[in-house]
Ligand binder design. Structure first.
Ligand SMILES: Cc1cc2nc3c(=O)[nH]c(=O)nc-3n(C[C@H](O)[C@H](O)[C@H](O)COP(=O)(O)OP(=O)(O)OC[C@H]3O[C@@H](n4cnc5c(N)ncnc54)[C@H](O)[C@@H]3O)c2cc1C
Length: 415
């Protein structure tokens, strides 16, 4: 990687770091750099008009009506002032001149920096149906507000179609049910989460929706969503139709890397970066947008991972690397959680859906279990349903490369 071939010089008080993307990773970088002693100039650019906020509550506490959006904020005006950050909100970066470390904005302004952090995250994938913007997505505050305004017109007991039974879809269905609406989850695959968690784990989770009374329809092929006088109708390819009050699509995310295609950086399903999150000399990329070299239990792997914890860890790693010239120990173990159908699913590691799975504690009927993923005889991940303590006790199986045989002998989850 270019940035690391040269002798690395740590951040100096005269340096100016421009952080593009005022989401979780961008804001956490600012916090970490200040904590690590950087006293130079920091500019934070965000295309949303809001101070940095957290996204996980959008599909949980906020959609269920328990929280107002302001409760998800990550930064206050006071913190921004304390950290001496120059904020530029409501303006998008449109290009990056890597050699000059200059960020061009769509306002026409050009910002000269000594270092640039790319933290532009990802956006919701949209589906093109006749009902257009009435098919909602849930990625940001504006999405949440527009969905809220559609839901506020519905009565308790009204049906809402949720397209996609993955993490966002399942969480949204749970929250819609909590506010008295009747979600119907329309999943394209034979089972939700099959392509992420694999055959076995997805089958263990499949019953959860039904047990709390949420209707899940698998193998659904949607032909269109059309607006009618009193709501919307979801039209299926097999001729079925589903009249609903609102539609939310949770069908995945697309990475926000288009603004960098002319930059000369390697952009290929995200900005390709080294283990230290370096894309080029004095340019780093962190969070959802980064496709990084990860030290997996089976060796180096180039991955892009859309997890809250990874965005946090990336921010801390890059800040520490740039302020001290040293990479922080220990190696990154990706962590993800999802609150759905009254349960907490937690995943450690970055297993593949084709990995072998062994349930090692609990059982499906108990609705509490812990399972290990393994590939080539090595533990690649740990997944738990409502077993947070056992999961954390088992984390050391991923801190160091551990064979499945050793893991099954040591059984750290019961210590
Ligand atoms: C509804 C929802 C629920 C989630 N729940 C969980 C969960 O339970 N567990 C979990 O592990 N993860 C969850 N996540 C994922 C987690 O929130 C993300 O991994 C995390 O937000 C990534 O942070 P980021 O800063 O990389 O990207 P983002 O949070 O997407 O922030 C990027 C920011 O950059 C801005 N931006 C984009 N392009 C530009 C540009 N050209 N110029 C300026 N600004 C730009 C974006 O608008 C955005 O504000 C959830 C995500 C969503 C949407």
């Amino acid at each position: 990687m270019v940035g690391e071939v040269r002798l690395m010089q740590v951040l100096q008080p005269s340096d100016h770091v421009v952080v593009v993307g005022a989401g979780l990773a961008g804001w956490r970088f600012v916090e970490a750099a200040r904590r690590d002693g950087f006293i130079g100039a920091v500019t934070l650019i965000g295309d949303e008009p809001y101070l940095p906020y957290d996204r996980p509550p959008l599909s949980k506490q906020i959609l269920s009506g328990k929280w107002g959006v302001e409760k998800a904020s990550l930064a206050t005006e006071q913190l921004v002032a304390e950290y001496e950050v120059t904020l530029k909100l409501g303006v998008a970066a449109s290009a990056l001149d890597v050699a000059a470390t200059t960020v061009h904005l769509d306002s026409g302004e050009a910002l000269s920096a000594t270092h640039v952090v790319v933290a532009t995250g990802s956006r919701a994938r949209t589906l093109q149906f006749s009902a257009g913007a009435q098919v909602h997505t849930l990625r940001n505050r504006d999405d949440a507000q527009s969905l809220e305004s559609a839901l506020s017109k519905l009565q308790r007991g009204d049906r809402v179609a949720v397209i996609g039974g993955g993490f966002i879809g399942a969480e949204a269905a749970t929250s819609l049910q909590a506010r008295g609406l009747v979600p119907v989850v329309l999943e394209a695959a034979p089972r939700p989460l099959m392509n992420i968690l694999g055959e076995d784990v997805s089958s263990w989770l499949e019953g959860l929706s039904g047990r709390v009374g949420v209707e899940l329809r698998n193998d659904q092929r949607i032909a269109d969503v059309v607006a009618v006088e009193d709501g919307l109708v979801v039209l299926m390819e097999d001729g079925d139709s589903l009249p609903v009050g609102a539609v939310l699509a949770g069908v995945g995310a697309l990475v926000n890397d288009q603004w960098l295609v002319t930059s000369g950086l390697t952009v290929d399903n995200g900005v390709v970066v080294s283990e230290n999150l370096i894309a080029a000399d004095r340019v780093g990329a962190i969070g959802d947008v980064a496709r990084f070299m990860w030290q997996s239990p089976l060796g180096e792997e180039l991955v892009r991972i859309e997890h809250w914890q990874v965005a946090n860890d990336h921010a801390a790693h890059l800040a520490r690397y740039w302020t001290t010239g040293r990479a922080p120990e220990p190696r990154l173990v990706p962590y993800f959680w999802s609150d759905q159908y009254g349960k907490k699913i937690q995943l450690l590691g970055h297993p593949r859906p084709s990995d072998e799975v062994v349930m090692v504690a609990g059982g499906v009927d108990e609705e509490k279990w812990l399972a290990l993923y393994a590939r080539e005889g090595v533990v690649t991940g740990i997944v738990a349903l409502s077993q947070p303590r056992a999961l954390m006790l088992s984390k050391r199986l991923l801190d160091e490369t551990t064979s499945l045989e050793v893991a099954l002998g040591e059984r750290p989850w019961i210590s």
